[in-house]
Ligand binder design. Structure first.
Ligand SMILES: NC(=O)c1ccc[n+]([C@@H]2O[C@H](COP(=O)([O-])OP(=O)(O)OC[C@H]3O[C@@H](n4cnc5c(N)ncnc54)[C@H](O)[C@@H]3O)[C@@H](O)[C@H]2O)c1
Length: 354
């Protein structure tokens, strides 16, 4: 089993890449443990690698975005506080980003923090969210409004879990993985170009390489700015347009796919501003971004006025103008706060011609 060490201002932790599922037996070292498992993961693996999890140690959680709520966390507090183990308990989460957010928030707040181990089972959770310490809940219709910084004490990545993910969720995760590789510079971008056909066929070697690369690149950003007050903000590349597209499509476009479209649009604006050459923009679009898209947005989702209105509501906006994270020539990242509505309209027209 190979290892990545993540330094954190809260506590350092380790990400283990497991070849086999015997790491699950190793978790018995935590005598006071409670497993919280995503319901789909449980039904797929209860008779397989998860069969040794005993009933009294198990909570199976139904998962959808609406359940990323304080109510779900309260339900967990009730179940966990009824157990005899208190501060000495270890919570072991097995699932994707939603399960991570619910259980991470519960682990960080119950008894002011209990030991937490995370086993991510989706491409997004393995290649992105499992590091970085963020836990988030939705509140009154606003996504990720409430949260804490609280890393797991250990993460175990077992790539074969990805073989059972539905395409729509897998490709959503792929969007973030592709984003991280592009942000990682020319070498990592070429690597993802070469890996992409193998990733799409879900070949374990390619998935492992992509997950490992993504985490290493993300680590570079969070190491300097774990609490997201500066450089980590660049990880929102693709998100300014992406969040707006999620909203204008009534969330029919999955998050990671909206991010891919958001990167296409941000690159178009960068080329208008001569920050990116047309040749480079086309190269990134044709070789990485377009092959990662499986969703075709409806016309209404690409309405310029609706997109501008949605961008005005972005919680990361700091002033009067529209904000945009952009990649410049040479993969250098930057942020502008003066994106004009006319640029949005022109960028959407260009995107429609692809
Ligand atoms: N905390 C963070 O740093 C962070 C970062 C990015 C995203 N997120 C959050 O992550 C969430 C999205 O997470 P996600 O993309 O991992 O998906 P998810 O957790 O929404 O899961 C998607 C679907 O896949 C199912 N599933 C999970 N693993 C499976 C497997 N191995 N086989 C079959 N089905 C499986 C789930 O039951 C669910 O139906 C969003 O709520 C987002 O806000 C959190």
């Amino acid at each position: 089993m190979s290892l990545m060490k993540i330094t954190s201002n809260i506590r350092d932790y380790e990400v283990h890449f497991a070849e086999k599922t015997d790491f699950l037996a190793g978790l018995k070292k935590f005598s006071q443990r409670c497993y919280v498992v995503d319901h789909n993961v449980w039904s797929l693996y209860e008779k397989g690698c998860l069969q040794e999890i005993a009933g009294e140690d198990l909570i199976v959680l139904p998962i959808d975005e609406e359940r990323k709520s304080l109510e779900s966390v309260q339900g967990l507090y009730d179940r966990l506080s009824a157990r005899s183990a208190k501060r000495n308990m270890t919570l072991i989460s097995i699932g994707g980003g939603i399960l991570q957010d619910i259980t991470g928030f519960a682990a960080s707040t119950l008894y002011r923090g209990i030991n937490w181990v995370f086993i991510p089972t989706t491409l997004l959770a393995q290649g992105d969210s499992c590091i970085g310490s963020k836990t988030s809940l939705n509140y009154r219709g606003y996504k990720n409004l409430i949260g804490t910084f609280y890393p797991p004490s250990e993460v175990f990545i077992y790539i074969p879990f990805l073989s059972t993910q539905a395409d729509v969720d897998f490709f959503s995760g792929l969007g973030e993985v592709v984003k991280l590789h592009i942000m990682g510079g020319p070498g990592k971008t070429q690597e993802i170009i070469d890996l992409l056909p193998h990733i799409i066929r879900r070949e374990p070697g390619a998935l492992r390489a992509a997950v490992q690369n993504s985490l290493l690149i993300k680590q570079g950003y969070i190491a300097e700015d774990e609490f997201d007050s500066g450089r980590r903000n660049m990880l929102n590349f693709g998100h300014c347009f992406g969040h707006a597209l999620e909203a204008t499509s009534n969330f029919e476009i999955p998050h990671g796919q909206a991010i891919v479209m958001g990167m296409l649009l941000a690159n178009i604006v960068a080329s208008f501003r001569k920050l990116l050459s047309d040749g480079f923009r086309t190269h990134i679009a044709d070789k990485v971004l377009l092959p990662s898209l499986i969703v075709k947005p409806k016309k209404e989702a690409l309405d310029a006025e609706a997109i501008v209105n949605a961008m005005k509501k972005d919680k990361k906006r700091t002033g009067e103008g529209l904000a945009l994270i952009m990649m410049k020539e040479g993969h250098e990242m930057g942020r502008v706060n003066d994106l004009a509505e006319s640029e949005v309209t022109r960028a959407l027209q260009t995107l429609k011609s692809f």
